[in-house]
Write a protein that binds this ligand. Structure first.
Ligand SMILES: Cc1cc2nc3c(=O)[nH]c(=O)nc-3n(C[C@H](O)[C@H](O)[C@H](O)COP(=O)(O)O)c2cc1C
Length: 133
């Protein structure tokens, strides 16, 4: 079994990465294989070109960043964890780009990620309410 976690923080070794590593190490202690992927930007959001709905090749037409690599990792994984710092009560643009682009590709290609459970994780500095996954 493989669980892949995505770190939506621009800080590779910040608080979100620390929290994700804690979660992954717990899974590893139970014999589950894990991978931590840092969402290296800049990442464009979905441009609604609908090419993924025409080509049906399981890929995003924007092929100059790491999103297609992430989509492949998500497709192979049994579980997916999404982590983001809170930025003005929301996700970072990096994680939103992954969700929108992989989500649209997934929908176009027969709900590619239907069996993997997604969990949102937020790291933040103050109390209050967040929008989260
Ligand atoms: C642009 C920006 C916006 C932020 N907005 C919030 C916020 O609305 N609420 C909050 O509690 N923390 C906010 N923070 C603080 C981060 O969520 C917090 O420091 C987080 O732990 C950073 O995670 P990281 O180390 O993985 O980057 C913000 C930080 C930045 C850079």
């Amino acid at each position: 079994m493989l669980v892949v976690a995505f770190n939506g923080s621009p800080r590779k070794d910040g608080n979100t990465a620390t929290l994700l590593r804690v979660a992954l190490s717990e899974l590893e202690s139970q014999g589950i294989e894990t991978e931590l992927v840092h969402l290296k930007g800049p990442l464009s959001g979905c441009i609604a070109c609908f090419k993924c709905h025409e080509k049906l090749d399981g890929k995003c037409a924007l092929d100059k960043d790491i999103i297609n690599e992430c989509i492949q990792k998500m497709a192979k994984a049994d579980g997916i964890i999404l982590g983001s710092p809170t930025y003005f009560s929301d996700l970072t643009p990096e994680l939103k780009a992954l969700i929108d682009r992989s989500g649209f590709v997934g929908k176009a290609n027969g709900d590619m990620f239907q069996t993997q459970g997604g969990r949102g994780g937020g790291s933040r500095s103050q109390g209050g309410s967040d929008s989260c996954l």
